[in-house]
Design a protein around this ligand. Structure first.
Ligand code: DX5
Ligand code: ZN
Length: 224
């Protein structure tokens, strides 16, 4: 699995989303943070914006749903054009059924864990997923400091994935930057969300390339 860099549009200019998508050409996916002001204390965007954005860019959309009742709402994001839909396990009533529904509708199914949620209870669910997201900040806001204490969880998750021989992407989200991406890659992450580190840079496309090079140099393709 090679390195993927997914800029988070949470740090972009919401009035110019189509242009902001073009500003990160070369990115693998656009990370779209959906917040409902209930699961997290912040409010962003919903299905109509995802629908418009998916028409405005060729970069596939990686929708990260920080919402209550994802069982009810996640399928609509697939219909809106998302190529990957991530729900939080803390909010899902029936994560297996939901992952199967997302896949059946034609998107990649992904499950997210908040910092205090352990991976071990979900070992048997991993084959149902295309990606697992380990939050490296408390979800809700961009620009927070990376939580180093998540590195052991990333490492243990990578071991579980390898032990089961799964083709499961391991995404990290929160505080990923030039200072922290190498530690994430060394621990076994292969999909990197970066908001402020990309959109806060003078040249966002160059920031994507630089992060990719850093991660590739330390990443899971190399002996650990
Ligand atoms: C936080 C969001 C992240 C956020 C990351 O809850 O899920 O995707 O945009 O932003 P940075 O990279 O600035 O921490
Ligand atoms: Zn996110």
């Amino acid at each position: 699995m090679s390195v993927q860099i997914n800029p988070s549009i949470l740090s972009a200019d919401f009035a110019r989303l189509a242009e902001e998508a073009k500003a990160v050409q070369g990115a693998d996916w656009l990370h779209v943070d959906v917040m409902d002001n209930h699961f997290v204390p912040n409010l962003t965007l919903g299905v109509p914006v995802v629908e418009s954005l998916s028409r405005a860019t060729d970069t596939p959309l990686d929708c990260h749903l920080m919402i209550e009742a994802p069982d009810r709402w996640a399928p609509a994001y697939v219909e809106a054009g998302a190529g990957s839909v991530t729900f939080h396990v803390e909010a899902a009533a029936a994560p297996v059924r939901l992952a199967r529904e997302i896949r059946a509708k034609g998107a990649r199914a992904s499950m997210a864990l908040k910092p205090a949620t352990a991976i071990e209870p979900y070992e048997d669910l991993l084959p149902e997923l295309d990606m697992l997201l380990i939050m490296t900040v408390e979800p809700g806001f961009g620009g927070q400091a990376f939580l180093d204490i998540m590195l052991p969880k990333i490492r243990r998750t990578r071991q579980l994935i390898d032990r089961h021989g799964l083709d499961l992407w391991l995404q990290v989200d929160g505080g990923v930057s030039a200072e922290t991406i190498e530690r994430c890659a060394e621990a076994g992450a292969d999909v990197f969300v970066a908001g402020s580190a990309v959109y806060g840079a003078d040249d966002p496309a160059m920031a994507v390339r630089a992060l990719r090079e850093q991660a590739a140099a330390k990443g899971v393709d190399r002996p650990r």
